[in-house]
Structures are given as C-alpha cells and as structure tokens.
Design a protein. Structure first.
Length: 126
C-alpha cells in the first residue's frame, strides 16, 4: 500500500522529533536496515549504525537541541525538509545550523537521507 502525503509528513515529524529527543531507538526503527545517510560536510555515506553514533554524539554534546522553522514538502520519492537546528554547544556557544534534508522513503521507512548545511555553523561545537 502506497503512503499518502499525510503518512509521509507524519513520518518526517516522527523522525525529526526523535532526533531532537535523542530517541535513537525510534530513529533506528524509522530507518530501513540498509539506509544510506550522507551529508555535504563529511561527504561519505554512513550506514545506520554509523549515523546513530553521530546522532548520539550530537544529542549528548549539544544541550537544548531543538528544530525550528521546519518546512516540509512531499515529493514523488519521499520528502524535502528545511529546518534550523538550534542548541548550545559544549563550549556554551549557541548553535544555529540551517539545513535541508532530501529523503527517500520506501515501505514506510527512510531508505536514503541527504543533508546539506553550511559547515561554518559547526564552530559552535568546538
């Protein structure tokens, strides 16, 4: 059964809410077992376990993680989301990272995720 636009938007909301909460079990359940995750900063594809390790570091190192200004639209393959990741970095510097996700959804799960952001904002993580 094909997903409706509402189903895809619900999945997108569940995903970003789980990341913000540091709920990595839910994130894992949303990813397809063979999902591929890529971003323009590292420029290498991560598998699910590698990405969850990255997310664990982020959610334990950055305090008050939240996503603001979320704008999400469905596509023929999944969804595109723009948002601003905010939080407080380990040094106390404020993080404000505008990002765009391009997400392919198959069988109700995230099969492929590409993230684009300005890496200059990562200076708050030092």
């Amino acid at each position: 059964m094909a997903m409706t636009e509402e189903d895809v938007l619900t999945l997108a909301d569940r995903f970003i809410s789980a990341v913000a909460a540091g709920d990595l079990d839910t994130v894992r359940s949303i990813y397809a077992p063979d999902a591929e995750i890529w971003n323009n900063y590292m420029r290498k594809t991560q598998n699910v376990d590698e990405n969850l390790a990255t997310l664990k570091w982020m959610t334990t190192s950055v305090k008050n993680v939240r996503y603001d200004d979320i704008r999400c639209i469905t596509t023929s393959e999944g969804y595109v989301e723009q948002h601003v990741l905010r939080g407080t970095g380990p040094s106390g510097a404020e993080l404000e990272l505008a990002a765009c996700l391009i997400v392919k959804v198959e069988n109700g799960r995230v099969k492929k995720l590409e993230e684009y952001f300005d890496s200059a904002a990562l200076s708050a993580l030092q």
